[in-house]
Design a binder for this molecule. Structure first.
Ligand code: SF4
Ligand code: SF4
Length: 147
């Protein structure tokens, strides 16, 4: 069940993960414009590339966190429901990381870099051929939370 009281752009916890295989691409994703160069391959399957402890497509938009490929986000992300058990677990363990990215504490003169700008959504479809690994049967289809 979706919890409409939760605003995912004010959260972002479930886009954080430490494992390179956190977000697996599924056969349903073959028709989506997910460029191969924002994914990685491991053990014959493809995964969303991670960076900085979160999916590399997660980016700041003002004081929100948004998905840079929202319209083409993978099936695993679409199946992830706000207010679900997995959502609660992600918020319990990862919300502080998302908060740190969403609302960085700026102290004048501390030398910290300014917040990262919004990454432009990816408009073009990949020209590369669809990796064979995308057609493999899923293993743990929606198990993208690995705490
Ligand atoms: S953890 Fe839950 S509320 Fe937060 S972004 Fe994910 S689905 Fe939305
Ligand atoms: S593809 Fe988008 S929704 Fe999915 S984990 Fe990455 S940033 Fe989050």
């Amino acid at each position: 069940m979706t919890d409409h009281a939760l605003d995912c752009t004010r959260c972002g916890a479930c886009c954080f993960g430490t494992h390179a295989k956190y977000i697996a691409l599924l056969p349903e994703d073959r028709g989506r414009d997910i460029p191969a160069d924002i994914t990685t391959e491991a053990d014959g399957r493809r995964y969303m590339a991670m960076a900085g402890g979160h999916c590399a497509q997660l980016c700041r938009d003002g004081d929100r966190l948004v998905c840079g490929i929202y319209e083409n986000r993978p099936e695993a992300c679409r199946a992830y429901r706000a207010g679900s058990f997995e959502c609660s677990r992600a918020r319990q363990h990862r919300l502080h990381l998302a908060e740190a990215m969403r609302l960085p504490i700026a102290i004048p003169g501390d030398g910290l870099d300014p917040p990262a700008p919004l990454v432009e959504p990816i408009a073009a479809a990949p020209e590369t051929a669809l990796p064979e690994a995308w057609a493999l049967p899923p293993q743990g289809r929606f198990g993208r939370y690995e705490a």
